[in-house]
Write a protein that binds this ligand. Structure first.
Ligand code: EPU
Length: 420
């Protein structure tokens, strides 16, 4: 298993390019299953999760053409198997995103139930109930969700009792080919949901209200091919900004968007960071100052994202003052706290709140990554710590951060991958 070795203590300084968004690319690759024509998806990040989704489509017999710039052309008409097998689903929960498109387009789908997860129980009941409301017959047996629909799915009025990102995406994709109008109430408003809606529209779907909590989908009989570039990754953007703030450095991020990062940028400004933005770039400069601790509470978009919580815990650990960080989206997303404590951090966990008392410095230590964003927080901690930090199990990082060590090297960090 590869590890990352970090020699901490230097402020980050430099410019890098932000990659395409993982959480937009995954549903959009699943959405290609809805089209009768060829769909090309561009600006895909080089990430293990993207490779897993491409492998999943390939296993179903779907013909794929991948070019050297990671554009992928998908021809869903060549599909042979309507199954997402356990071996792939267990490595990536987002595989559930093929359920809606498959049953809507091909009338049948067999998708392994995703198992447990390091950050919470993460059920998929709302995906299943929504499809049932649209007329799919669903049977859960042998660890698989079997979904059938003889004719077209039917439009339905669906109220989601929890805001769910992939749930909203699965149902929006299924509704695109349903007969009649589907209304999704209490829908997720995340930019990745909006990006998927824009892609569906480029394929000929009639989707309205995306970006609000009520999405209206007027089903059409068929969807056609298109070319679609996924939006920049706001969590990758936020992670590098946070790393620059924690190390008292400066970073210029290109090919990104400030309009989808409002809650995060506000918190970074509260730490004392100077932030300037343009149409497709964001610059953060601490001018060598120590960040101030911030209080925050995660919630669905446009509130502060759960995917940025761990990185801010690391930042607070070396900030001036005490910050309280409350997680409301997932019930067990504080696995990084114990590892940060091993690096000397002063953190108390009280229920779903971490009280972080900022220290002058952390101390390098061997630590273990437990999930994707937790690993990012350990890397940030390693960058600010005195001495060496060895982050183990970085396969978690490789799921969501493209070439993290190369990008950090470009920003002046002393970090290298140790193949294991
Ligand atoms: N939930 C239910 N029932 C459902 C679906 C969700 O109770 O049927 C609950 C979950 O247990 C959770 C809450 O609803 O407590 C929100 O979960 P959501 O469904 O929104 O999460 P997700 O769609 O599985 C996506 C991202 C996550 C991100 C969350 C929240 C993708 C592929 N994944 O997950 O990203 O944390 O939304 O914003 O889009 C990551 O990138 O590191 C990551 C975990």
């Amino acid at each position: 298993m590869d590890k990352l070795l970090i020699q901490g203590g230097q402020p980050l300084d430099g410019e890098i390019r932000v990659s395409g968004a993982k959480n937009s690319a995954l549903p959009i690759l699943a959405a290609t299953l809805l089209a009768d024509g060829k769909v090309t998806v561009g600006n895909l990040p080089h990430l293990n999760d993207i490779t897993t989704m491409i492998e999943l489509l390939g296993r179903m017999g779907v013909e794929l053409l991948i070019d050297e710039r990671m554009s992928v052309q998908v021809d869903a008409n060549s599909i042979k198997e309507l199954t997402a097998p356990y071996e792939l689903v267990k490595t990536m929960r987002a595989s559930i995103l093929v359920l809606g498109p498959m049953v809507a387009h091909f009338g049948e789908a067999h998708v392994s139930l995703p198992g447990g997860c390091a950050i919470g129980t993460r059920p998929v009941n709302l995906h299943v109930q929504g499809l049932e409301q649209m007329g799919a017959e669903i049977l859960v047996e042998g660890g698989y969700i079997h979904a059938y629909c003889k004719d077209r799915l039917k439009g339905a009025h669906i109220f989601l009792d929890t805001v769910t990102v992939t749930g909203t995406e699965n149902l929006m994709m299924a509704a695109a080919l349903a007969d009649g109008v589907t209304i999704l109430e209490n829908a997720a408003r995340e930019p990745e949901v909006v990006d998927l809606a824009e892609c569906l529209i480029a394929m000929g779907a009639d989707v309205r209200g995306h970006g609000t909590s009520t999405i209206e989908i007027h089903g059409v009989e068929s969807l056609h091919g298109c070319h679609f570039d996924v939006l920049p990754d706001r969590v990758e953007t936020g992670t590098y900004l946070c790393a620059a703030a924690a190390t008292r450095g400066r970073v210029l991020l290109k090919d990104t968007r400030e309009d989808i990062l409002e809650a995060v940028l506000l918190k970074l400004e509260e730490t004392g960071a100077e932030i300037s933005t343009g149409k497709d770039w964001i610059e953060l400069n601490m001018r060598g100052r120590r960040p101030r601790a911030v209080n925050l509470r995660t919630a669905p978009y446009p509130a502060f994202p759960t995917d940025m919580q761990a990185q801010f815990v690391a930042l607070n650990a070396v900030a001036e003052g005490t910050g309280s960080v409350t997680e409301t989206v997932f019930e067990n997303r504080f696995m990084h706290v114990q590892e940060l404590i091993r690096m000397g951090a002063d953190i108390d966990l009280e229920g779903n709140t971490a009280i972080v008392r900022g220290l002058d410095y952390l101390t390098g230590a061997p630590v273990m990554a437990t999930d994707l964003r937790a690993s990012a927080s350990l890397v940030i901690a390693g960058l600010v710590a005195r001495g060496e930090t060895l982050v183990d199990r970085i396969y978690h990082i490789d799921r969501g951060y493209e070439c993290i060590e190369e990008k950090l090297q470009l920003l002046g960090a002393t970090i290298r991958r140790i193949p294991g």
